[in-house]
Design a protein around this ligand. Structure first.
Ligand code: G3H
Ligand code: ZN
Length: 283
């Protein structure tokens, strides 16, 4: 069933586990995520980035996500990832997204608060949950590029002010992760996660979570991370499976044969993540 993001994340916040939010661009990815969620009995968040919406079109993504949620035996939220533009956020709400992110991290604190409040006023009026971002997460996520030197960690005092003034449902924080493939091992600021959680007491979101070591994920969850965004790990599983298949079967031209193993490879990774995040068995 399709539920709001906060319905899923409130339970995770109360019971100290995290739910995976996986980026979707096509049918095979959606199916891999839903099958993994059903097999592990896990709530799940399907999310579409700006790039995903540009690629597939908001109508296709919304139709795919809503159909998948309707048919699923587990709770599913359909979320806009890194929405940067008020009009686009409204378009997603109109198409039935049950959760949206307004990423105002490129603005100073007051500007970020202002755009977040504007989105929340409309979204909450129609029962849609809202994620915002405070601090700047480094790396590349489709069109959003933040140079390492411009990445800034979330200030706990600002986070408290931000949450009080906006009434945001869940907050993405910058604590040492980055979007895309890591060059070295990411170093998370666990003390910062703990302090922010104590000061805001709402579900917290970790972006750039592909490639973060298992122990770091476990610790981050134990300190209050409740939504974990994964894109790059799925892209790698998908493309590696296709490369392997075509290497072994260079003459095969059947898209179903080519994409089938890619879907299975993504599903295995997603199931592992669901166990690791603690959402397995929570549906
Ligand atoms: O918003 C999406 C994520 O933060 C994904 O990051 O590609 O590093 O897993 P990732
Ligand atoms: Zn992100």
């Amino acid at each position: 069933m399709l539920v709001t993001g906060i319905e899923i994340l409130q339970d995770a916040h109360k019971n100290n586990y995290a739910v995976g939010a996986f980026n979707v661009n096509n049918m095979e990815i959606v199916q891999a995520i839903i099958e993994a969620a059903e097999e592990t009995n896990s709530p799940v968040i399907l999310q579409a980035s700006q790039g995903g919406l540009k690629y597939a079109g908001v109508e296709y993504i919304a139709a795919l996500g809503k159909l998948a949620a309707e048919k699923a035996k587990v709770p599913v939220a359909l979320h806009l990832d890194h929405g940067t533009d008020f009009d686009q956020v409204m378009l997603c709400i109109r198409h039935g997204f049950s959760s949206v992110m307004i990423d105002g991290s490129r603005f100073e604190l007051e500007g970020n608060i202002a755009i977040t409040k504007k989105v929340i006023e409309v979204a909450h009026a129609v029962g849609v949950s809202v994620e915002a971002e405070l601090g700047k997460i480094g790396g590349t996520e489709d069109d959003i590029v933040v140079d390492e030197r411009d990445a800034t960690f979330t200030d706990p005092k600002e986070a408290k002010k931000f949450v009080e003034e906006t009434n945001v449902d869940y907050l993405a924080i910058a604590v040492g992760t980055a979007h895309g493939v890591y060059k070295g091992e990411p170093k998370l600021d666990f003390e910062r996660i703990k302090t922010i959680k104590e000061m805001v007491n709402i579900p917290l979101v970790l972006h750039g979570s592909s490639g973060v070591p298992k122990e770091a994920i476990e610790k981050a969850v134990s300190l209050g991370i409740n939504k974990i965004n994964i894109d790059t790990d799925l892209r790698m599983a998908f493309s590696n499976a296709i490369k392997d298949f075509l290497k072994e079967n260079p003459d095969n031209i059947d898209p179903r044969k080519i994409l089938g193993p890619a879907k299975e490879a993504m599903k295995e990774i997603i199931k592992e993540k669901m166990e690791l995040f603690g959402s397995a068995g929570r549906a």
